[in-house]
Design a binder for this molecule. Structure first.
Ligand SMILES: Cc1cc2nc3c(=O)[nH]c(=O)nc-3n(C[C@H](O)[C@H](O)[C@H](O)COP(=O)(O)OP(=O)(O)OC[C@H]3O[C@@H](n4cnc5c(N)ncnc54)[C@H](O)[C@@H]3O)c2cc1C
Ligand SMILES: O=C(O)[C@@H]1CCCC=N1
Length: 388
């Protein structure tokens, strides 16, 4: 390595995707710098909060296939660090019997022989007495699904990265990237050089990509993360076998509604709407739309009679949406040593370990372990006016 080549790779953004990418690079003995604009830990992006859902129940096989390995990678991290990051609860998927999404998810589970169980109107209340299945709806349970302890997972992977010799610098905002065989990255505190750069800037992806003439069709939305109080404390927790759930194409809404058992805040159940209102990530607090909460209240009144239909706690987070809701995992169209991981569309946390592996492979110029055609930038050709 020449004197000026300070790093093999610089990863920009220490959310779940950047942190797992940096960890994978350090595991391969690559000299890696992870840069984060805020003081860590922080609550201003997409990866904070106590919990996330992990599941194999997807409408497309490629996500289910990636999750098979991903569960193993989560277990490996748990073992390596000696921490518990996953609790199995099962995931109940509900939808109108003949709805497209519901049938696709059920078929994916069946085709891939994922442990599952179908619930009918007759046996539903015997298994999940806390919930009412709507008229004309069906339900399947993805049995190995569950809860990931998100904040704990993030600090664990960052800790492992540092233990492997990786350098993490927070409160350091990247202000410019100069492409080249050696990429130059400027921050508010210094200038660094590396053979490759990975951009995992979450909702700020387009702000950073501007300096390289690229704008992806990404939409940032603010999510109201709502917690609802149990009328009887403990009635919807893991001990009572209350599962994670998703309602797809429900009566109340166009978008999914999902929930997790009461856990992080005892007596409170997290139930959210899988959509929010458009925001600028730096102006998040001026977005105050609460129309999603009306939808959730109506859903809770009808289907969860054991909860008080008034949110007890509302926290905030952001999704970065692509038009097709699939991720972006690709190299910059003009610079092969600048890799982009973006647009995780509100379902990327569970994939963190595998995304980290894939972005690491791309940054090292290796053949990625999975077919990434669904995640390529060129699929946006029609929506982009820039460098393609
Ligand atoms: C309410 C909510 C619920 C969710 N539920 C689930 C779920 O149940 N299951 C699931 O799998 N997924 C879920 N997700 C989605 C998942 O959390 C996200 O897909 C994931 O966290 C995205 O991570 P990221 O690393 O891309 O972005 P982020 O976490 O936002 O990380 C990007 C980082 O880059 C930093 N950064 C940006 N610009 C710069 C710069 N110029 N210089 C330095 N640093 C910079 C930011 O500060 C930030 O820390 C949920 C998301 C939300 C918001
Ligand atoms: O990714 C997930 O599993 C959750 C639940 C469904 C909506 C988005 N996030």
């Amino acid at each position: 390595m020449s004197a000026e080549m300070e790093y093999d790779c610089i990863v920009i953004g220490a959310g779940v995707q950047g942190s797992f990418t940096a960890y994978q690079l350090a595991k391969r003995n690559k000299k890696t710098l992870l840069l984060e604009q805020f003081i860590l830990p922080h609550t201003r992006g997409s990866s904070h909060g106590p919990t996330r859902i992990i599941r194999k129940a997807y409408t497309q096989d490629f996500y289910t296939h990636m999750m098979e390995e991903c569960y193993m990678l989560w277990a490996q991290l748990e073992k390596e660090a000696g921490v518990k990051l996953y609790r199995q609860t099962g995931l109940l998927v509900m939808g109108p019997e003949n709805s497209n999404n519901y049938q696709l998810i059920k078929n994916t589970l069946q085709r891939n022989k994922i442990p599952m169980m179908t619930l009918t109107r007759d046996n539903f209340s015997q298994h999940i007495p806390q919930m009412k299945l709507a008229e004309g709806y069906e339900a399947v349970v993805d049995i190995t699904a569950g809860v990931l302890y998100a904040d704990r997972a993030l600090s664990t992977v960052q800790g492992q990265f540092q233990r492997l010799g990786g350098v993490m610098r927070d409160k350091e905002m990247v202000t410019d990237i100069k492409p080249g065989t050696v990429v130059t990255v400027s921050t508010n505190a210094g200038v660094y050089r590396a053979k490759s750069v990975v951009i995992t800037a979450g909702p700020w992806a387009n702000k950073l990509l501007t300096c390289m003439g690229l704008q992806l069709p990404l939409e940032v939305v603010k999510i109201n993360v709502c917690y609802w109080k149990e009328k009887v404390p403990g009635s919807h927790n893991m001990k009572q076998r209350f599962p994670c759930f998703i309602v797809t194409e429900g009566e109340e809404s166009d978008e999914d509604i999902y929930g997790l058992p009461s856990n992080e805040y005892p007596g409170l159940v997290k139930i959210c709407y899988h959509m929010g209102s458009k925001t600028d990530p730096d102006q998040r607090d001026s977005q105050t739309d609460r129309s999603d909460i009306d939808i959730l209240q109506s859903f809770i009144r009808r289907h969860l009679p054991g909860l008080i239909p008034e949110p007890a706690v509302v926290e905030h987070c952001m999704y970065t949406l692509t038009p097709d809701r699939h991720f972006v995992l690709d190299c910059h169209p003009n610079y092969r040593n600048i890799v982009i991981g973006a647009g995780f569309s509100g379902h990327g946390f569970k994939f963190g370990p595998i995304i980290g592996k894939l972005l690491c492979e791309l940054s090292l110029g290796q053949e990625p372990s999975y077919d990434l055609s669904a995640f390529q930038i060129r699929r946006f050709q029609a929506q982009m006016k820039s460098v393609l």
